[in-house]
Design a protein around this ligand. Structure first.
Ligand SMILES: [Zn+2]
Length: 89
C-alpha cells in the first residue's frame, strides 16, 4: 500500500488516518471467489479459490491475496496478517 501513499504525497497525519481506514478494511475485507485464468495484476490467477481484494485506489494495481478455502479462512488470515501494526482507534 505504500505506493499509494507515496504517489499521493500524503502528510503524516493523513497517513495515520489512512492507516486507520486500512485497518478497518482489513478486519472485514472484500473477499471474492476467483476462477483460475482470471486476469489479475501480475498475471492470470493460477488456482481457483477465495481471494482477498486489496484496499487500493489504483485499478488493477494490487494482486488479490489467496487462494483460501473459505471466506472465513481468508478473513481470519487478513486479520492476522494484514491488520498487523496498523494504528487502532
Ligand atoms: Zn495497489
Amino acid at each position: 500500500m505504500k505506493h499509494v501513499l507515496v504517489s499521493y504525497g500524503l502528510s503524516a497525519e493523513s497517513v495515520e488516518s489512512y492507516g486507520r481506514t486500512l485497518r478497518k478494511y482489513y478486519l472485514n475485507p472484500t473477499i471474492e471467489w476467483i476462477e483460475a485464468g482470471h486476469e489479475a495484476s501480475g498475471g492470470p490467477i493460477a488456482e481457483p479459490g477465495y481471494y482477498i481484494l486489496d484496499y487500493c485506489e489504483v485499478p488493477e494495481c494490487c494482486r488479490p491475496k489467496g487462494p483460501f478455502k473459505s471466506e472465513d479462512e481468508a478473513r481470519e488470515w487478513s486479520r492476522q496478517n494484514l491488520v498487523g501494526d496498523l494504528p487502532g482507534d
